[in-house]
Ligand binder design. Structure first.
Ligand SMILES: C[S@@+](CC[C@H](N)C(=O)[O-])C[C@H]1O[C@@H](n2cnc3c(N)ncnc32)[C@H](O)[C@@H]1O
Ligand code: SF4
Length: 379
């Protein structure tokens, strides 16, 4: 029987490093791009022999900034995948892009080679916040980028926004959402700022150069964002993800549903249903490992029943349709309603969780304390 599989391709290059970002991405390493691409294609081909019985329903080219790839590279990556794997006819093929590296030519190339979903990082429309975040584009660059994408035929476009930024106001979120909606995007991801240790923004907060948004303001901003997105027709399907007319990101939904995926490139993670592994993060290390033996795995871990159960709860409670208790009993042999009766009742009584048709899901208040709920249910 053929099994479903997702593919993730990591592009670790960025024009500059944003002040909040600790993703595996590097500025000023463009001289390694050609060697990196050769390795990426070799890695993609190398693994294909083990996955002849799988069919690929989603491909996600993420980063870093895939829109900085040289002309023809996205086409080559997708053609190589199509030549070596069973890619379904209606496979969702997404690419992440930054507003100031979307051009008519690369948008046309992506559209022609089968990319059918583009995710654009706007983060904020406010010039002072763009500056604080060290983003190198303007609001107008974003507007031009979306119009360019639409002009070559893209209809499935996501925009990433960041909320709970220092000094940010609800009215700014409202006007950003209005802009994204007016331009016709079908999906919005809104990420609450995480101050990642070691990033310039974290250091500024630590040294009292800037004040983070107060906890109470962050909570009301998150709630406001959900409410306003709903008013604009974007339905929430995960903590940070909202879509119009069912235009959810299939790749992410599949990952949250624990459909196996293979990750290619520096720092990419894979999950084949039984085992998790991840590649080395450094671009140079990745290139030298792939050149040596076509594999760049640094860590691997065999999944146990317990770790799969934990993952199911952790990923499942992020989705608005939550976790299925019968599924947990059948697949992990855990009667959660029984073993965690006290905890579940507490969260239901206090309006953090809802139990319906043997499914448990978080309310908006529940999303705000999700880490605690998950710990209580799995430990
Ligand atoms: C893979 S990243 C970047 C994609 C693309 N390079 C860009 O910058 O738009 C995907 C998204 O994660 C979010 N993100 C990254 N670091 C974050 C942080 N520290 N806190 C909250 N959101 C973050 C940003 O919204 C970003 O667009
Ligand atoms: S947020 Fe995006 S553009 Fe900025 S450094 Fe991270 S990956 Fe690169």
């Amino acid at each position: 029987m053929k099994k479903e599989l997702g593919l993730y391709v990591h592009i670790p290059f960025c024009k500059s490093k944003c002040a909040y970002c600790n993703f595996n991405s590097y500025a000023n390493k463009f001289s390694l791009m050609n060697d990196y691409l050769v390795c990426l294609l070799n890695e993609i081909k190398h693994y294909s022999k083990d996955y002849k019985n799988n069919y690929i329903t989603t491909i996600y080219i993420g980063g870093g900034t895939p829109s900085t790839l040289t002309s023809g590279a996205v086409n080559t990556i997708i053609s190589t995948i199509k030549q070596n794997y069973n890619v379904t006819k209606n496979c969702e093929i997404s690419i992440e892009a930054n507003p100031n590296s979307i051009t008519y030519d690369n948008a046309l190339e992506w559209n022609r080679c089968g990319v059918n979903r583009v995710s654009v990082g706007l983060q904020t429309t406010k010039p002072n916040l763009l500056k604080l975040l060290n983003r190198t584009h303007t609001k107008q660059d974003y507007i031009n980028a979306i119009n360019t994408l639409k002009s070559v035929g893209f209809t499935n476009i996501n925009t990433d926004l960041m909320i709970c930024l220092p000094t940010q106001k609800q009215s700014q979120i409202k006007s950003a959402i209005n802009l994204v909606n007016k331009l016709g995007c079908t999906h919005i991801s809104t990420y609450s700022l995480i101050l990642e240790e070691g990033t310039p923004l974290y250091e500024k907060v630590k040294n009292n150069q800037i004040k983070p948004l107060k906890e109470s303001k962050s909570v009301s901003m998150y709630k406001y964002t959900i409410k306003y997105l709903r008013k604009c027709g974007f339905k929430q399907y995960e903590v940070s993800n909202f879509a119009k007319n069912g235009m959810c990101c299939k790749h992410n939904v599949n990952c949250w549903n624990m459909v196996p995926y293979l990750g290619f490139g520096a720092g990419a993670h894979s999950f084949n249903g039984k085992q998790r592994y991840s590649n080395v993060c450094g671009i140079e290390d990745y290139i030298s490992k792939i050149n040596k033996d076509y594999v760049a795995v640094e860590t691997s871990e065999i999944c146990t029943n317990k770790s799969l159960f934990e993952e199911y709860v952790m990923l499942g409670l992020r989705k608005t349709n939550g976790i299925n208790l019968s599924y947990i009993l059948k697949n992990y042999n855990i009667d959660l309603l029984n073993t965690k009766n006290k905890e579940i009742n507490f969260y239901i009584k206090n309006n953090y969780l809802i139990l319906e048709n043997n499914k448990l899901y978080a309310t908006i208040d529940g999303f705000l304390i999700l880490n605690k709920i998950i710990l209580d249910l799995v430990c």
